[in-house]
Design a protein around this ligand. Structure first.
Ligand code: S3P
Length: 207
């Protein structure tokens, strides 16, 4: 066989990268579902840059998210968030973890649909509650009844998160398992069934 015809060793990662082109992978979902942790590991697997939108917003504003909420209010934060995400999506491919409310803005959803593949990390309310209790820096949960607030936000947001291209169940398993599921789901979405899987007619022929 001439060298040029030798098959290049394909891996799920290289398949995903070539199918992505300049598009990014955007993680969406509620606070505490693991968007940043999973996103950072997913980016490392794909050898793509990882960016956390909340960190970028803080850098652009020169203050923390609680400070932005306190000094300027949520609408100001949301405008900044939309601008930062738009800018980041123009610089793909990268893996982008978004804040829990970002996908609620239609303009941001449309941008993500045009320039990225979105993954909803979906977690049950009790998993979210257990995780958000560990940090006190989320202004939306500084209420008399944080659990009730999470329930209300989930009810409002889940029908919108559902519009993401892909959904992965975030649960109490090692993060690398969730990353592995993201890789496999992305590969099937972008490239179709695994090459190693025999075609259906071969399967039926050997039955
Ligand atoms: C928010 C989630 C936060 C942060 C801000 C608002 C939300 O990000 O953007 O506190 O509206 O759900 P995480 O989802 O990374 O916690």
């Amino acid at each position: 066989m001439p060298d040029a015809a030798l098959p290049i060793a394909a891996s799920p990662e290289t398949d995903i990268l070539s199918a992505l082109g300049a598009r990014s992978i955007v993680l969406v979902g509620m606070m505490g579902v693991g968007k940043s942790t999973v996103g950072r590991r997913l980016a490392a697997r794909l050898k793509l840059p990882f960016v956390d939108a909340d960190t970028e917003i803080e850098a652009a504003a020169g203050m923390t998210i609680p400070e932005i909420f306190e000094r300027h209010g949520e609408p100001h934060f949301r405008d900044g968030e939309a601008r930062v995400i738009a800018r980041l999506l123009d610089g793909g491919p990268l893996v982008l973890a978004t804040g829990g409310g970002a996908f609620m803005r239609e303009e941001t959803r449309n941008r993500i649909a045009a320039k990225a593949i979105s993954i909803w990390l979906k977690a049950d309310h009790d998993v979210i509650m257990r995780r958000v209790r560990r940090r006190a820096d989320r202004p939306l949960l500084q209420t008399a009844d944080p659990e009730g607030t999470v329930m209300r936000l989930l009810t409002e947001r889940e029908p919108v998160y559902r519009n993401a291209d892909l959904t992965i169940a975030s649960r109490d398993v090692p993060h690398d398992k969730i990353v592995e599921e993201c890789i496999e789901t992305l590969r099937v979405h972008l490239c179709g069934e695994p090459a190693s899987k025999p075609p259906a007619d071969v399967v039926s022929a050997v039955r």
